[in-house]
Ligand binder design. Structure first.
Ligand code: DGY
Length: 434
């Protein structure tokens, strides 16, 4: 039983966090010092939370992000609106010629899904229409970029070139593929994240070295995507990013068919969905009876299983044959940990209860997995996820991530997407925890 806190007070705190993390009424930082700029998928999750108190501010959040879209269609993972010395790597290292400066990689594309969610509950139709007119062509351009630049052979498998593009930076899945990233020419750098969060909760130095070395390689190649497709030493098809894009394509199709914006692109989107649906089986392993990310350089499935293995439910219309084995795994994990869903397989010896994407529970992952299960009719599992998330946040605050055994809050404090996940997902389950 959770210590009783008034739901209205929790809602107010969540809204207040979003207000405090808002900058110039245009964008929201994920957390005050740890992440002092605008992050791509954070911002889209945050927009949905903002919409609960201001639709206009919600639309502005996503519009601001898309103002920094590259000519190629890529939407960068960070927009450096203002200088902030508390973060590394900043614009000097990324060396992208944009104003404001941006990073040179992307992040999981949740924009279409959040635009649809905000649109479906919008009361101000004029503002919504203005937002759609601006955003839909740009989201189309971004998805086009994923399908063309990151899947030039039309395989339906979309490549990530950097662990940060998967959003699950230091997942054990990337340990092996990262070993091919050369470190010989790595220039010195100073991390800032471990000044702000205990080192045991963040990626280790060996990972960070390779994160930065990859970034330097992209700079040296002027971010030319098709060249990078052939030469990047790290190239994975992440089951998370691929499921998120599949879901985003479905929501984009809904938007163009329903709202009258860019309706002539419907066939193109259907082709993308079909290619992705056909590729889904390649992520499946008959021995483990689970989805795995793929190393596109070695061609091999990556053995480690993470919470992202449940994201194909969120991807939508998941063929029946995959349900039972995934639900069996869900039940095994649920019997092992106190709080679902641990970011990494709790039966794997590499599980780490505190270290970022190597074990802790992340409210936004829970939001996506919970919704996916719910949409496929698995209400009990969705309830378990929703109530666990509500208990974690109500007891330990709006932290970045949580220990799946002890509930301890970890990482950044007053975290924007945790506040948003509360407002859009977890608070619906709070009453059931009391
Ligand atoms: C970080 O700096 O830890 C981010 O996840 C990279 O975008």
């Amino acid at each position: 039983m959770t210590d009783y806190k008034d739901i209205e007070e929790l809602n107010r705190t969540a809204i207040e966090i979003l207000r405090r993390n808002s900058r110039e009424e245009r964008y929201t930082v994920p957390a005050q010092k740890l992440y002092p700029f605008q992050w791509n998928w954070d911002s889209c999750f945050v927009a949905e939370g903002l919409a609960t108190s201001s639709e206009d501010r919600a639309w502005t959040e996503i519009e601001t992000l898309f103002r920094s879209q590259w000519e190629s269609g890529k939407v960068p993972h960070i927009v450096f609106h203002k200088d902030a010395p508390s973060y590394f790597p900043g614009p000097d290292r990324w060396r992208c010629a944009n104003t404001p400066p941006t990073s040179g990689i992307t992040q999981p594309p949740v924009a279409a899904t959040k635009v649809r969610a905000i649109y479906e509950t919008a009361k101000d139709n004029d503002r919504a229409d203005k937002a759609l007119a601006y955003l839909i062509p740009r989201i189309l351009k971004w998805h086009h970029w994923f399908h063309n630049e990151r899947d030039p052979n039309g395989s339906g498998l979309i490549a990530a070139y950097h662990p940060w593009e998967t959003g699950r930076d230091n997942s054990p899945e990337w340990d092996e593929p990262l070993k091919s990233v050369p470190l010989e020419t790595l220039k010195p750098y100073t991390r800032r994240d471990t000044d702000l969060v205990p080192a045991a909760q963040r990626p280790v130095k060996e990972e960070y070295d390779r994160f930065v070395a990859l970034l330097d390689l992209f700079v040296a190649n002027n971010y030319i995507q098709k060249r990078l497709y052939d030469i990047t030493p790290f190239k994975v098809a992440d089951i998370g990013l691929n499921s998120i894009l599949l879901r985003a394509n479905r929501d984009l199709l809904w938007l163009v068919e329903t709202t009258g914006h860019q309706g002539h692109h419907a066939e193109q989107i259907k082709d993308w969905i079909e290619a992705q649906e056909q590729a889904l089986g390649q992520f499946w392993n008959d021995e483990t009876e689970c989805f795995h990310s793929l190393d596109l350089i070695s061609g091999a499935p990556i053995p480690d299983i993470t919470a992202a293995a449940f994201l194909p439910f969120y991807g939508g219309d998941l063929p029946e044959q995959f349900h039972e084995p995934l639900l069996k795994r869900f039940a095994a994990w649920a019997g092992k940990v106190e709080f679902m869903v641990p970011g990494f397989d709790p039966f794997n010896p590499k599980f780490h209860a505190e270290r970022y994407w190597r074990g802790p529970v992340w409210p936004i992952m829970n939001y996506m997995i919970g919704n996916g299960l719910h949409d496929h009719g698995y209400g009990d599992q969705a309830l378990r996820i929703g109530t666990d998330t509500a208990r974690l946040i109500a007891a330990h605050g709006f932290m970045e991530y949580f220990n799946a055994y002890t509930a301890e809050g970890l990482g950044g404090h007053d975290f924007s997407w945790t506040a948003s996940s509360w407002l859009c997902h977890a608070n619906r389950y709070y009453a059931a925890t009391l």
